[in-house]
Design a protein around this ligand. Structure first.
Ligand SMILES: *[C@@H]1O[C@H](CO)[C@@H](O)[C@H](O)[C@H]1NC(C)=O
Ligand SMILES: *[C@@H]1O[C@H](CO)[C@@H](O)[C@H](O)[C@H]1NC(C)=O
Ligand SMILES: *[C@@H]1O[C@H](CO)[C@@H](O)[C@H](O)[C@H]1NC(C)=O
Ligand SMILES: *[C@@H]1O[C@H](CO)[C@@H](O)[C@H](O)[C@H]1NC(C)=O
Ligand SMILES: *[C@@H]1O[C@H](CO)[C@@H](O)[C@H](O)[C@H]1NC(C)=O
Ligand SMILES: *[C@@H]1O[C@H](CO)[C@@H](O)[C@H](O)[C@H]1NC(C)=O
Ligand SMILES: *[C@@H]1O[C@H](CO)[C@@H](O)[C@H](O)[C@H]1NC(C)=O
Ligand SMILES: *[C@@H]1O[C@H](CO)[C@@H](O)[C@H](O)[C@H]1NC(C)=O
Ligand SMILES: CC(=O)N[C@H]1CO[C@H](CO)[C@@H](O)[C@@H]1O
Length: 403
């Protein structure tokens, strides 16, 4: 009996040792062995060669960009690969200053992979400062084709951690058609004046977590587009920028529903909005449901809590007909901090499809300015209330207003 156990134990240990050995044996592919030099010359080819060999490896592999500053014109890293693959960036990778050099789509494209990891503590520098000047597409509707920093497309079970994205030319990160992807300890930095540099944009994906990250940018911190399902944003600090947004929705035909958005324990500092759901008026049909905003701290935020179904920046649309995007099951709970404008809460829903199942829990805001008392603006919504609200929300008398 004891002997059998011993033998079993022996084999178990052997197996464990073997597993540990295999895991540790991630084969390393260093780009400098493929001709990459930290001297300003383009490493596109070296990176691609290292990637192709790593991707063909039948055991887990790691492509390493070591310490140093490397120049990269463009990279498209495509799978499927034969085993899990990691891109470990320890140094800094710089984009060309001139955006016209980036020919096909995004600057760094990672696509069609299962078990991909991006890590290493390094920095991707989009060198966007020059592009922002050229890009006034928010105002003019004419969006020049500037590249995003990153596109993560068609990835399953993947992780992006411990990297920094600096000064992207357009969106920092575009997440499209991914299943189970986590961004953790991810840092995004760009100035408030950089137009349309959304931090992380998530669309048509199922299972996206953004945790313990810091995002400062000129547009939305995290924006959640159509077809986003089961998205968790936790422990994220935003600012400057436009806050955490679902939408805008309803602008295009055949948008997929948004389902299951959980924004928890986030801090927004000096952002234009706090937590927001926005849809276009006179819109195409769509829906957004099961969206929850809990434990949010706001400092000097201009519009702390927003549902806006008349979202129409720069007068690009008419307000004649209402939004046809149905919003339901939304909750705001334990939201506290300071509002930089007196209109602290705006819940303006569609006349043709009023919001349903809106729950308001504890809201504790203070207005830091001098233009009167804090107010709320409500339309086509009848929230249920729990706990305490300051300002009072959707009450016709008292300090709050309703339109
Ligand atoms: C991929 O690896 C196999 C061995 O596992 C090798 O025979 C083949 O040539 C490699 N293909 C490429 C494109 O490197
Ligand atoms: C990702 O998962 C989807 C859904 O299961 C599957 O269709 C697709 O082939 C997977 N992609 C990769 C690269 O494994
Ligand atoms: C995503 O993760 C869930 C839970 O771990 C798993 O059941 C599902 O198969 C994963 N999706 C893909 C496409 O791998
Ligand atoms: C995201 O976080 C939630 C809650 O912490 C967890 O249930 C889920 O499995 C996570 N998804 C991924 C893709 O890691
Ligand atoms: C909330 O997020 C902060 C980071 O902003 C983190 O330090 C803290 O542990 C988180 N708290 C909980 C309860 O998750
Ligand atoms: C408040 O936020 C605005 C941006 O909306 C910023 O310009 C201003 O400096 C901030 N004030 C403080 C005291 O942080
Ligand atoms: C602000 O609220 C206080 C107390 O509710 C009220 O006395 C005062 O008139 C209000 N001020 C303005 C400008 O509405
Ligand atoms: C609300 O105010 C209006 C006039 O401003 C008044 O007629 C009405 O009785 C008030 N309702 C309540 C519930 O105080
Ligand atoms: C150059 C390019 O492909 N830009 C795309 C970046 O991502 C945005 C949003 O997903 C697209 O609208 C652009 O076409």
């Amino acid at each position: 009996m004891g002997r059998t156990l011993n033998i079993t134990l022996f084999f178990a240990c052997l197996l464990l040792a073997f597993i540990i050995e295999v895991q540790a044996q991630s084969t390393s592919f260093d780009v400098t062995k493929y001709g990459a030099k930290a001297d300003g010359s383009d490493i596109s080819e070296a990176l691609l060669s290292a990637w192709k060999e790593a991707c063909n490896s039948t055991t887990p592999s790691t492509v390493v960009v070591p310490q140093g500053t490397f120049s990269l014109i463009q990279a498209t890293l495509t799978g499927p690969c034969k085993a899990p693959i990691e891109l470990r960036v320890q140094g800094t990778i710089k984009a060309p200053e001139d955006p016209s050099l980036i020919k096909e789509g995004e600057w760094v494209n990672v696509q069609y992979l299962d078990q991909f990891t991006l890590s290493g503590g390094g920095t991707f520098d989009g060198q966007g400062a020059k592009s922002w000047g050229q890009n006034d597409c928010a105002k003019t509707k004419v969006c020049s084709k500037l590249p995003n920093n990153f596109s993560f497309g068609f990835l399953n079970n993947s992780i992006v951690r411990d990297v920094t994205s600096l000064n992207s030319k357009l969106f920092h990160v575009n997440v499209l058609e991914c299943n189970n992807i986590t961004f953790s300890h991810f840092t995004i930095t760009a100035p408030e004046t950089s137009l349309n540099t959304d931090g992380i944009h998530i669309g048509r994906s199922n299972g996206v977590n953004v945790t313990d990250s810091t995002i400062g940018t000129g547009d939305d911190c995290v924006s959640i587009g159509d077809g986003a399902k089961q998205v968790s944003v936790t422990g994220v600090t935003c600012g400057p920028g436009h806050g955490i947004s679902v939408g805008s929705l309803g602008r295009f035909e055949n948008e997929q529903p948004v389902v299951g958005i959980f924004v928890r324990n986030c801090t927004l500092i000096s952002t234009q909005n706090g937590v927001r759901v926005k849809t276009w008026p006179a819109s195409k049909t769509g829906s957004a449901t099961d969206m929850h905003f809990d434990d949010i701290i706001l400092q000097n935020v201009s519009n702390p809590i927003v549902i806006d179904q008349e979202y129409c920046p720069w007068n690009q649309c008419t307000l004649d007909s209402p939004s046809r995007v149905k919003i339901s099951k939304v909750s705001f709970n334990n939201v506290k901090g300071s509002s930089a404008t007196p209109l602290a809460v705006k819940l303006v829903c569609s006349k043709s499809l009023p919001c349903e199942g809106v729950q308001i829990g504890d809201i504790d805001l203070v207005y830091t300015g001098t233009q009167g008392n804090m107010t709320s603006d409500c339309a086509n919504v009848e929230p249920t209330f729990m706990g305490k609200q300051n300002p009072p929300i959707c009450v016709k008398n008292g300090t709050a207003q309703s339109s």
